[in-house]
Design a protein around this ligand. Structure first.
Ligand SMILES: Cc1cc2nc3c(=O)[nH]c(=O)nc-3n(C[C@H](O)[C@H](O)[C@H](O)COP(=O)(O)OP(=O)(O)OC[C@H]3O[C@@H](n4cnc5c(N)ncnc54)[C@H](O)[C@@H]3O)c2cc1C
Length: 357
């Protein structure tokens, strides 16, 4: 028996899509073991490690440069983050729900405690505008597998037709991609041409310095590179799009439209927490911005009033659940509080319908 493809469940529509291939690459981060278990592999390869960050306004720490130092359990860093400081991080095992790792009060106190031992004017929870948590996929048990370790990531062949990659860093993603594609295609009768990844610029990199000329060009170039001129064209057509989404964040309304038309944003939280950082840079965590963003996304995505209301309700519930979880003393109670908010991608709860593509 060999893995011959995947049945993908579209969480937006509920459709099942069958994709066949000579080889399947499992690059599912902390979910890697779940995918391997679908192919019958049971030995765990990946351990989830939770890391949290907090964000505080720039004026709360009087410093000209960031800092990086070691703590007994992790690294403490304070990095300039536009109008804010990004402070991290923790490093603790996480065995609860993987979709929404929660930052607890203990995590926040740990970070503030270490930071305050270095500051003349200590920070308190009231200084924090945002908190976020993520899970690092750490490679644990590669001894039994046909592991091919490349410094920080591990590539295995857990079952015929299946190649897994785990570990690694954001900063090594091209090396990771190159290694896994080379491994996946190593048994092909006709190997593909050598990778060109080293020479392919990032999207928006070519000519970004010359893109755009309007009053917002500096901000837009930093965020969108050579797409700046396209976003300025939206503003030229509809000048109100040149206004900020909310007064206390630098993002323009045109960037919301652009996120929906060109950056695959499908839900409010895609814009408020991913395409922009409003949810961690504004003290109300994006509650006031949410209806403005919804009104901008609605015509692009064809949302009716009921969909707008559902999106707003989901976003508010998410913010409330995150705030609750950050008051909880430990992981278990924080996780229970965070799970109080349902996921906006509800199609996962609907009965899937078949439809090949
Ligand atoms: C707090 C924190 C700080 C970090 N700091 C840094 C840093 O400063 N520098 C750095 O280089 N790295 C950093 N990292 C590490 C970096 O985030 C990860 O190592 C990197 O994201 C791993 O990439 P990946 O593609 O393997 O996994 P992921 O980025 O986790 O991607 C896996 C993807 O698979 C998808 N997926 C899973 N299961 C399924 C399924 N069944 N169907 C469809 N899709 C699925 C997931 O939705 C996800 O998008 C940090 C990580 C954390 C948590």
């Amino acid at each position: 028996k060999r893995v011959a493809g995947v049945l993908a469940h579209d969480m937006e529509t509920g459709r099942i899509i069958e994709v066949r291939g000579r080889v399947v690459v499992n690059a599912a981060g902390v979910w890697s073991d779940d995918i391997e278990s679908l192919a019958g592999e049971r030995s765990p390869q990946v351990t989830a490690s939770k890391g949290i960050h907090v964000v505080v306004p720039r004026d709360r720490i009087r410093a000209d440069a960031g800092l990086i130092t070691k703590t007994e359990k992790s690294v403490l860093f304070v990095i300039p983050f536009h109008d804010h400081w990004l402070i991290g991080t923790t490093d603790t095992p996480w065995t609860l729900g993987k979709a929404h790792p929660a930052a607890s009060r203990a995590d926040i106190e740990y970070l503030l405690g270490h930071l305050n031992s270095l500051l003349r004017e200590p920070l308190g929870p009231g200084d924090i505008t945002g908190v976020f948590a993520g899970l690092r996929p750490l490679v644990t048990g590669e001894a039994e597998s046909t592991a091919k370790l490349s410094r920080e990531h591990s590539i295995t062949r857990p079952a015929p037709g299946l190649v897994s990659i785990a570990g690694g860093k954001y900063t090594t993603y091209r090396v990771m991609a190159e290694d896994v594609v080379n491994e996946a295609t190593s048994h092909f009768a006709e190997p593909p041409p050598p990778t060109r990844t080293r020479d392919i610029p990032l999207h928006g990199a070519i000519g970004w310095q010359q893109s755009g000329s309007g009053p917002h060009a500096g901000h837009l170039r930093r965020r969108h590179g050579s797409d700046t001129a396209h976003i300025e064209a939206l503003i030229a057509e509809e000048p109100v799009l040149g206004e900020p989404v909310v007064p206390d964040a630098p993002y323009l309304r045109a960037e919301v439209v652009w996120a929906a038309t060109h950056e695959a944003a499908l839900h409010l939280d895609d814009v408020l927490t991913r395409r922009t950082r409003i949810s961690i840079e504004v003290p109300d965590r994006g509650i006031a911005a949410a209806p403005v963003v919804a009104d901008l996304m609605a015509p692009v995505l064809g949302w009716d009033p009921a969909t707008v209301a559902r999106e707003l309700e989901h976003y508010r519930a998410r913010v409330a659940a995150e705030r609750d979880s950050q008051e909880m003393p430990d992981d278990r109670t924080a996780d229970a509080a965070r799970m109080g908010a349902p996921d906006v991608r509800t199609a996962g709860n609907r009965r899937p319908s078949a439809g090949g593509e």
